[in-house]
Write a protein that binds this ligand. Structure first.
Ligand SMILES: *[C@@H]1O[C@H](CO)[C@@H](O)[C@H](O)[C@H]1NC(C)=O
Length: 376
């Protein structure tokens, strides 16, 4: 504690005074878990925030930053260290703290057999693989979040055996290999974020088995093959991001009838075929980005007074025909981009068209009117 400021020391003393009666009732840290934590710490290094400075003393359940235990048996239940946190301890001046941690995730983490949350997020420089034993030795895991690091290697193939998992977030790393097929056995999974890695292979065909899943974020990888039709039948899917991959084939027609879908990002792929009319008719869908694909045919003229699009980006495809007139009946269209297609004809007059500038319509075959100037 030699380096602590008096204010921090006072705060810790106060905290200790408040927690002392509780600590008396709670079981002290399991010696084996304490040992595992020390091995985990030995493989990591963090200088700026001093997150590990509190990791001393026999009882890892009392005051070790980021560690929480089950009070009945003293087993470590949570290990949560975030490099971009806004909590009072790490950001004393009310500033969001931003930390950097290097090193690797030690296999010792797999000895914390009662772990329910493992979060090592946004430390930017933690490298090496995700220990594969995480998938086999931590059956109580509900939350696994390791985003914003430099992790390499594959997603543990046995990840599907973590039957209690609700959140799997490995985004913003350098993970390679396929999305393990076993992922579709995670019956409790609500949030899957694997975005911005280097994953290859296909989107698992039976992703639709994940009936609890509400966010599936797989954008900015190197996935190929089709969008599985099974995603159309996911009852809770609200956000689907498959953008900036190498997906081919058509957009499944059923996706438009997905019940609670609010955002759909499919831009930057190699999708072909037409835009399913049901997608544009879906009044719950507020964000639709199909930009930078090879979609063709007309833009279905199926907008209604229930249509409410914060974002509708259909730019950089091969769409033909005219600007759909029914768009004028939409309740709201915040951002429209139909540029760089093969559209032709007059842009309808009046709202919402008069709110958009020429960039929304540029680079087409023979559009005119509205912001593009008079049709001759
Ligand atoms: C739509 O998606 C593409 C590809 O991901 C992206 O480049 C573009 O910025 C997105 N459009 C908007 C308006 O966000």
């Amino acid at each position: 504690m030699a380096t602590s400021s008096p204010a921090v020391a006072t705060a810790l003393l106060l905290l200790a005074a408040v927690l002392a009666p509780l600590a008396a009732a709670a079981a002290a840290c399991s010696a084996a878990d304490r040992d595992a934590l020390l091995s985990i710490r030995a493989a990591l290094s963090e200088a700026r925030l001093g997150v590990f400075s509190s990791w001393s003393g026999a009882d890892c359940c009392a005051g070790w930053y980021g560690v929480a235990c089950d009070p009945t048996d003293g087993r470590v239940a949570d290990l949560t260290l975030r490099g971009e946190a806004e909590d009072a301890v790490m950001a004393p001046a009310g500033r969001p703290a931003s930390g950097v941690m290097s090193g690797y995730v030690s296999d010792a983490v797999c000895r914390l057999g009662r772990l329910s949350s493992l979060v090592l997020a946004d430390w930017k420089q933690i490298s090496g693989p995700i220990p594969s034993c995480v998938a086999t030795d931590l059956p109580y895991l509900r939350i696994l979040e390791l985003p914003g690091n430099r992790l390499t290697g594959g997603i543990p193939p046995a990840v599907g055996s973590l039957s209690r998992l609700t959140v799997l977030n490995l985004a913003d790393n350098q993970l390679t290999g396929a999305v393990p097929g076993s992922i579709t056995s995670l019956a409790s999974l609500k949030h899957l974020d694997l975005a911005n890695n280097q994953l290859t292979g296909r989107v698992p065909a039976d992703l639709g088995k994940l009936v609890m899943l509400s966010r599936a974020l797989l954008g900015r990888n190197r996935l190929s093959g089709p969008i599985p039709a099974s995603v159309s039948s996911m009852p809770r899917l609200a956000d689907l991001d498959l953008s900036e991959n190498q997906l081919t084939g058509a957009i499944p027609g059923g996706l438009g009838s997905a019940h609670v879908l609010t955002s759909l990002y499919l831009g930057g792929n190699r999708l072909s075929g037409g835009i399913p009319a049901s997608l544009l008719r879906n009044s719950g869908l507020g964000i639709l980005n199909l930009s930078q694909n090879a979609l063709e045919g007309a833009v279905p003229d199926v907008f209604t007074p229930q249509s409410y699009f914060m974002l509708l980006d259909l730019s950089r495809n091969r769409l033909s025909g005219g600007v759909p007139r029914s768009l004028a009946s939409a309740a709201y269209v915040g951002h429209l981009d139909l540029s760089h297609n093969r559209l032709c004809g007059a842009i309808p007059a009046g709202p919402p068209f008069n709110h958009f500038d020429a960039e929304s319509f540029g680079g087409n075959s023979c559009l005119c009117g509205g912001p593009l100037g008079k049709c001759t």
